[in-house]
Write a protein that binds this ligand. Structure first.
Ligand code: PEP
Ligand code: MG
Length: 600
């Protein structure tokens, strides 16, 4: 949960100088990490390092190589510091991004090439570094895949670091007091370095919900809004700003009413959160006794304790792709086993739902593929069925982690029954292998299908015949059903979870599963939207897996309604023709039933 106490000491308004833009500006972006912040802006700008190409005298070449080597050494020292700081703050898995950067500094092919160019072309050190690394970076950008783009950003970071160190410049990342950090984009190293200050929030021009800034701020529990397109040019250091990590809004130079509203909203959240702590050990049960399994989405080791602390009944979605962050190779069976076993142990006696790698789309993966439409391409189960050795290694690790009988397996990007049958064949093979080798595992381990492709939703009943549970992934289901790229900030408004077509598809899926007596849950972001809770309960959802920070709020809503009444509300919502109508109706209903729930 966000440390609300940080926000209670807003910065004092600064004197505006005359050249500054003094106008109030409101910008909507993507809510990347929940929480509220109010304070002064610190615009973080990387000083551009000027690179002048110079041809050096033959006898100077060795001196330039020396400058290069010293700069590499200094860069390594800086990165090592960041790495150990990151390990403490965000855990080993995410800190691996920096290990990759350190390894890059040691890459003999790249470094030798730079040295070679200094010797043969007699370039000064900075222009050789600039030219060689830019070339490399361009190759990554040309690959036209989000994973490679991220690598290009990493190289930019390394390039900038070496150049700065050649010129012996220091990076300015410290500020006094508290501030909301505003930047064009933040590299992971920037975010980590800046977090040594008292950061109230992060606001960036670039970035999507899965960007480094978003991931790191969620781990650091700092409110963040990304994709604000022009915040770095509209805000000045010292300006006042309100940042709302719940609604994804930034208000630069807020007026008195904005500030009053902010204070009120913060007060309501603080009060509400205090009340929620008493719910921790109570079940998510409606007033008339319908039990909903309320679990959390968690991917990383360091999130596991927080999940329990929030009163989650296990992990409803463990995105195993998180094991791939910052890696160029797939983890071994043993490495995977350790991660899965740890999760299973931590949540015991509750369950953990381990999803097999959902690579492709916008997610990092160590396979190099070039596709025009990665979201419609080689992704999730499609890759695993084409590369059965990857799937089987992962299944073996999951089987080994199932000894406490609390592991379930989830299959992503299912579009029809044949993918399920094919995967079940591999599962059967691994079972036989384990039997023949006498390796113990849970023979009744459940297998479920993600319902996130519209064709799978339509075939929910048929799919349910083959699996033990269904889990609706609204992040993708909405994207594919409404043809709205989930990561595109320009069309965020069109990503509508209350679109009548979405509601009908969810209802169809729940009914399909129930016809086969198969439980149906939801693990997309919609599961954690308090406005959607009554609707989903009324539709008959059996379980919700939500981001841990909103879990108590969702539980409170479930415990405050009657299932029969919720069913009536859902039926009415399903007759409505527009997302606005549905949203307005649900918001009003919730407000009437639970006046103290702070909404958006
Ligand atoms: C989803 O698509 O809703 C989902 C939970 O999976 P992911 O966000 O990992 O694609
Ligand atoms: Mg998905």
């Amino acid at each position: 949960m966000i440390d609300q106490t940080k926000n209670t000491n807003p910065a004092q308004p600064v004197e505006q100088n005359t050249v500054r833009n003094n106008k109030r500006v409101v910008i909507h972006g993507i809510a990347a990490s929940p929480g509220l912040a109010y304070g002064q802006v610190f615009v973080f700008e990387r000083k551009t390092v000027e690179v002048n190409q110079r041809i050096v005298e033959p006898e100077e070449a060795e001196e330039e190589i020396d400058r290069l080597r010293q700069a590499i050494q200094r860069s390594e020292k800086e990165l090592n510091k960041i790495l150990s700081f990151a390990e403490q703050k965000i855990g080993n898995a995410k800190a691996r991004i920096f290990e990759a950067q350190i390894m890059f500094l040691h890459d003999p092919v790249i470094i030798d090439q730079i040295v070679e160019r200094i010797r043969t072309e007699r370039l000064n050190a900075e222009s050789a570094v600039y030219s060689e690394l830019s070339k490399y970076q361009q190759q990554m950008l040309d690959a036209d895949e989000s994973y490679m783009q991220e690598r290009a950003d990493d190289i930019e970071d390394v390039k900038h670091r070496i150049l700065r160190n050649i010129q012996q410049e220091r990076l300015f990342s410290r500020f006094k007091g508290t501030a909301i950090v505003v930047a064009k984009n933040l590299s992971p190293a920037d975010a980590i370095l800046l977090s040594r200050n008292d950061v109230l929030g992060y606001a960036t021009d670039r970035g999507g919900i899965t960007s480094h800034t978003a991931l790191l701020s969620r781990s650091l529990k700092i409110p963040a809004v990304v994709g604000l397109t022009r915040i770095s040019s509209d805000a000045n250091t010292g300006d006042e700003m309100i940042l709302d990590g719940y609604s994804g809004t930034a208000i630069i130079r807020p007026n008195k009413t904005d500030v009053e509203k902010y204070i009120e909203k913060q007060r309501r959240y603080a009060l509400f959160e205090k009340k929620l702590t008493v719910l921790r050990d109570l079940p998510a049960e409606t007033k008339d006794g319908r039990q909903i399994i309320l679990s959390a989405n968690a991917d990383l080791e360091e999130e596991l304790d927080y999940v329990g602390f929030q009163g989650a009944e296990g992990i409803g979605l463990f995105r195993s792709e998180s094991l791939l962050i910052g890696r160029d190779t797939f983890p071994t069976e043993d490495e995977q086993y350790e991660a899965y076993w740890l999760a299973a142990e931590k949540v015991y006696p509750h369950d953990v739902v381990l999803r097999v790698f959902d690579i492709g789309g916008d997610k990092v993966y160590p396979l190099a593929i070039e596709e025009n439409n990665p979201f419609l391409g080689w992704r999730g189960i499609r890759i695993l069925l084409d590369r059965p050795e990857l799937l089987k290694t992962q299944l073996r690790a999951m089987f080994r982690a199932s000894l406490k009988k609390n592991v379930k397996i989830l299959l992503p990007m299912i579009s029809g029954v044949s993918e399920i049958s094919a995967t079940l064949n591999h599962i059967r093979d691994v079972k036989e292998e384990f039997h023949s080798k006498n390796i113990p595992f849970d023979k009744n381990m459940q297998v479920g299908a993600m319902i996130e492709v519209p064709s799978a939703a339509i075939l929910a009943k048929e799919i349910a015949r083959l699996v033990d549970f269904l889990s609706i992934g609204t992040n993708d289901l909405i994207q594919y059903l409404l043809a709205v790229d989930r990561g595109n900030p320009t069309i965020t408004k069109l990503f509508q979870e209350f679109h009548p077509a979405v509601l009908r598809m969810i209802q169809h899926t729940i009914d399909g599963g129930h016809k086969r007596k198969v439980p149906v849950g939801m693990c997309g972001e919609m599961a954690g939207d308090p406005i959607a809770t009554i609707l989903l309960v009324g539709m008959g959802i059996d379980s919700l897996s939500v981001v841990p920070s909103v879990l108590p709020e969702v539980k409170k809503i479930i415990r405050s309604v009657n299932y029969k009444e919720a069913a009536k509300i859902s039926r009415r919502a399903l007759t409505m023709g527009t997302p606005e109508e549905v949203f307005g109706y649900l918001k009003k209903t919730l407000k009437t039933k639970l006046p103290d729930v702070p909404l958006g």
